[in-house]
Design a protein around this ligand. Structure first.
Ligand SMILES: *Cc1c(COP(=O)(O)O)cnc(C)c1O
Length: 462
């Protein structure tokens, strides 16, 4: 029997949730076109759609909101935010934005334009970043480490990049055509798996050799640091702030969604070590987000993020965070549900292709599992597979992503261990009779590339 971790906090404020009867859930699912993004949250019992902006704030964050300085320019809250980012991350130039994808859009497209280059290799692109690059005419390329291909291989750093493949790509396409090299830490799409410091350091050497910038998407930098401490004995006695600085010192530019390891409900930022690039990005932030001392956020949001960035590097917090996610994963493993191993930082990934061999890729097994999990239990999770990542090649053939995962993302400091037990039992029960899950077909999809899983209207494929 796996044991649940003890929470290093107490609950002082609660929000009631309600489980609708099954026939009601079926009605709501049909109204939502079998796409869980289209459900009302009121109709969801336990919401594991995302860990983005869905966490609980601490009493200190709520208190910080009250002292938010809402001045248009130069607010006190901005200075506190800037000082915190500099201190925690060790990066000098910071620009706030309304959320992570704005940071991605502004930084990625500026780098692509500056270098006149379109190819962007990554350990594995996340959906919003991929969509930004695609819509700017770029070419996102995934180069996950070969260990990531086997969901059951217990390798400590399956978030790593395949550096041999990176160097071959640079030689093949020419360094001048590579806009930047991207590390997503932790590697969200590939199972919330951590990236090792050795891998980032070696990529830095390649970046220097060919004169290519190295960008890091640090949405889950604290979780990555904690997993390094756990899994790499050389860092076992180092503090989390030390590991964070060591990990980030190899990057040139950074994007962050404060909705993840900022422990806030909204916000994000760009950070860079390059003053010249900073000036260019600052002008774009003014044009697209807001003045550089608020970037589309309220002063109180900047306060909540600054406080969150200090809390997120607390080791007691991180230990509970990572262990709670692992608890859900181990409950599922115990019940024979195929999950990606080892369990990553923020979510448990169920291998929907393995769990549902009767559903072909073009009937979207991961998204079908998400819809049926809601139907059978009121639990909302998200599919990360063909619906999100399949691509039509120029010759018309469909290129499928290497994975078909149902992601159960755990909001921070939000659900109890008992609620996660309910999730594990519900999913295990559903998969006792996998044929109950039927494939889906697309009824409607948007024209914009890379966002169809958010908006598609689906129906049972029969
Ligand atoms: C959430 C996320 C983003 C985008 O951030 P938003 O705040 O949702 O716009 C980018 N990269 C990764 C890895 C993320 O998890």
């Amino acid at each position: 029997m796996v044991k649940p971790p003890v929470e290093p906090f107490m609950i002082r404020s609660v929000a009631p949730i309600k489980l609708l009867p099954r026939e009601e859930r079926l009605r709501r699912l049909e109204e939502a076109w079998w796409n869980v993004f289209r459900l009302r949250s009121e109709d969801v019992f336990i919401d594991l759609l995302t860990d983005s902006g869905t966490g609980a704030m601490s009493v200190y964050q709520w208190a910080a909101l009250m002292v938010g300085d809402e001045a248009y320019a130069g607010s006190r809250s901005w200075y506190r935010f800037e000082e915190t980012v500099r201190e925690v991350l060790g990066v000098d130039y910071v620009l706030p934005v309304h959320q992570g994808r704005a940071a991605e859009r502004i930084l990625y497209t500026t780098l692509m334009e500056r270098r006149g280059a379109k190819v962007v290799p990554a350990n594995t692109h996340f959906d919003t970043g991929r969509a930004v690059i695609l819509n700017a005419g770029g070419e996102p390329i995934d180069l996950p480490t070969p260990e990531a291909r086997d969901p059951h291989l217990r390798h400590p750093f399956k978030g790593n990049m395949d550096l041999d493949a990176l160097e071959s790509l640079i030689k093949e396409r020419g360094p001048e055509n590579i806009a930047f090299i991207l590390f997503v830490v932790t590697n969200n799409t590939a199972g919330g798996q951590p990236v090792s410091i050795d891998n980032i350091k070696a990529a830095r050497e390649i970046a220097d050799k060919y004169g290519i910038p190295l960008v890091m998407d640090i949405c889950r930098f604290a979780e990555n640091a904690y997993l390094i401490k756990e899994r790499d004995p050389r860092y076992a006695s180092k503090s989390i702030p030390e590991i964070v600085k060591e990990m980030l010192k190899y990057g040139d530019h950074f994007i962050m969604s404060a909705k993840k390891d900022g422990l806030a409900n909204i916000g994000g930022f760009i950070a860079t070590r390059d003053q010249d690039l900073y000036e260019e990005l600052a002008a774009r932030v003014v044009l697209e987000e807001g003045f550089i001392t608020y970037g589309g956020l309220a002063g109180r949001d900047l306060e909540a993020i600054a406080q969150g960035l200090r809390e997120v590097i607390d080791e007691d917090y991180l230990k509970h965070r990572v262990e709670q996610v692992r608890y859900l994963g181990e409950l599922l493993l115990e019940r024979g549900v195929p999950v990606v191993e080892p369990i990553g930082g923020h979510a448990v990934y169920v291998d929907a292709a393995e769990a549902l061999p009767h559903i072909p890729r073009d009937k979207f097994p991961a998204d079908a599992l998400a819809a049926h999990l809601y139907l059978e239990s009121g639990v909302r999770a998200v599919g990360l597979g063909a619906l999100a990542f399949a691509r039509e090649r120029e010759d018309g053939a469909i290129e499928y992503p290497p994975f078909e995962y149902l992601r159960l993302a755990i909001p921070r400091r939000t659900y109890t261990n008992t609620q996660l037990e309910y999730v594990a039992e519900s999913l295990a029960r559903l998969l006792e009779d996998p044929k109950k899950v039927k494939g889906l077909k697309i009824v409607w999809q948007p024209r914009v590339k890379g966002v169809r899983h958010f908006l598609a209207k689906l129906a049972p494929a029969d």
